[in-house]
Design a protein around this ligand. Structure first.
Ligand code: NI
Length: 169
């Protein structure tokens, strides 16, 4: 495993629509291992492949919140798709590893259904809610070249120290 460089705005890869993964071979396995290590080192709770300059539809998420009943888990999802969203939305304050020093309030669906494949090509399906659903929406946006600042109803410049205290994705 290796830590890869996280690209930041205005790197063009962050605005590109990432391509679907067709091959679940060793190169994908290495990419996912490296993304996990890079996310943990940042530290962050989610990372999308374009953030390490690979324009492919792969995300990793590691998050849990016992109080909310969300067990701490690591997810690696290939070709993820949001197939359903709740009518209920929630506004939350997000930061992004690719946009240092900026946080913003973003309205997102409270609950979603995600489908895709695990790292070995087996079908993956889950219905995250709350902050976990927010992380998935933020990461899947990255695969479509969308950044949270595009959706934010308010953005704020913050010190790197404050930004580092947040769950970054
Ligand atoms: Ni991000």
């Amino acid at each position: 495993m290796a830590i890869r460089e996280i690209v930041t705005v205005p790197h063009p890869v962050l605005r590109r629509r990432a391509t679907k993964v067709q091959d679940f071979g060793p190169e994908l396995q290495k990419l996912i291992d490296d993304m996990i290590e890079t996310m943990r080192a940042a530290p962050g709770v989610g990372l999308a492949a374009p953030q390490v300059n690979v324009s492919q539809r792969v995300i990793v998420v590691e998050y849990g919140d016992e109080e909310e009943g969300i067990p701490h888990r690591l997810y690696a999802v290939v070709n993820p798709e949001i197939v359903a969203v709740s009518k209920e939305t929630e506004i939350g304050t997000e930061g992004c590893l690719s946009i240092p020093g900026i946080i913003g309030d973003v309205e997102r669906a409270y609950a979603i259904e995600v489908r895709g494949f695990d790292r070995h090509g087996k079908p993956f399906r889950m219905r995250p809610y709350g902050w976990l659903a927010r992380i998935f929406q933020h990461e899947i946006d990255h695969l479509n070249g969308v950044l949270f600042t595009d959706r934010a109803i308010r953005v704020e410049r913050v010190t790197p120290e404050l930004a580092a205290e947040m769950d970054r994705v």
